[in-house]
Design a protein around this ligand. Structure first.
Ligand code: PEP
Ligand code: MN
Length: 269
């Protein structure tokens, strides 16, 4: 029987030039890359770097509630990798199936996001662990909407570790039923419970949790106060031109810059 937790108790994850836990790890960028407007994503990527982000997010393929909504586009992968090359920062994108997984690994994506809808897809989790083992690729595992806050969430992360990749980050992103006024029910408060029980760093997603740009900075600060190792934030150089969640959720680079400064301050306390 494997005891992954004690084996990995002191495991450290390095992404780009940050060792998680030693400095706040902030991922920022578009919810969704617009393949019709590649320059917008490149412009945002430079703005994320300038604001102090450690990695850039950009959705290539999107899990949308409505089948008629934009589902993402293979062509966006090239734009994401262009942003990586121009900024020198690691990049994050969500994969939802094995085909997307192999494209993303091949392309050089640094952080693979497993979305809330797939956090209980054990065969995908196993495959992700196997396909990313020993490749310097980290996995950001979102908490699914109704997932047990601690044991079920940690167990899902262990599927990836047991598959071969211990570089897993846990990402609370709000749960259901929703809180009236927010998109989901904010759950950054589970951070200390997770950190007590696993090696995996906790990177909170305040954007999907509260779902409104104006509440994102305080939700991000709450996460850091709870002891998160960092946050993943939707940010866009021109949110109203964004697609997916960006018009509602994305903060502008100037708001992001101030947030990152505040995060560094709270980190020192
Ligand atoms: C996202 O990060 O854009 C996203 C779809 O997140 P979640 O899987 O948490 O809904
Ligand atoms: Mn989104």
């Amino acid at each position: 029987l494997m005891d992954i937790k004690s084996e990995l108790a002191h495991h450290k994850i390095k992404i780009g030039n940050i060792i998680l836990g030693e400095a706040p790890f902030i991922i920022a960028g578009h919810c969704t890359i617009d393949p019709k407007n590649p320059n917008l994503f490149i412009e945002s990527a430079h703005a994320m770097k300038e604001a102090g982000a450690a990695a850039i997010r950009g959705g290539v393929w999107k899990p949308r509630t409505m089948p008629y909504a934009f589902q993402g586009d293979d062509a966006s992968m090239k734009i994401l990798i262009e942003a990586k090359e121009q900024t020198g920062l690691p990049v994050d994108t969500e994969v939802m199936d094995e085909h997307q997984l192999s494209i993303a690994v091949e392309a050089g994506v640094d952080i693979l996001q497993i979305g809330a809808r797939n956090a209980l897809n054990y065969s995908l989790l196993k495959k992700v662990g196997q396909e990313t083992a020993d490749k310097q690729i980290a996995v950001l595992l979102k908490r699914s909407m109704g997932m047990g806050p601690v044991n079920e969430f940690i167990a899902a992360s262990e599927y990836i570790a047991a598959g071969g990749n211990p570089d897993v980050m846990l990402c609370p992103r709000g749960t259901s039923p929703t809180m009236d006024g927010y998109r989901n029910y904010p759950d950054e408060c589970i951070t200390p419970l997770l950190k007590e029980k696993t090696w995996a760093p906790v990177i909170v997603d305040p954007s999907h949790s509260v779902g409104r740009a104006k509440y994102v900075p305080s939700a991000a600060m709450a996460a850091m106060a709870y002891g998160a190792d960092g946050v993943i934030v939707e940010s866009h150089c021109d949110p109203k031109k964004g697609i997916g969640d960006d018009p509602k959720q994305a903060i502008t680079p100037d708001v992001l810059k101030k947030l990152i400064q505040d995060i560094h301050q709270i980190w020192e306390i």
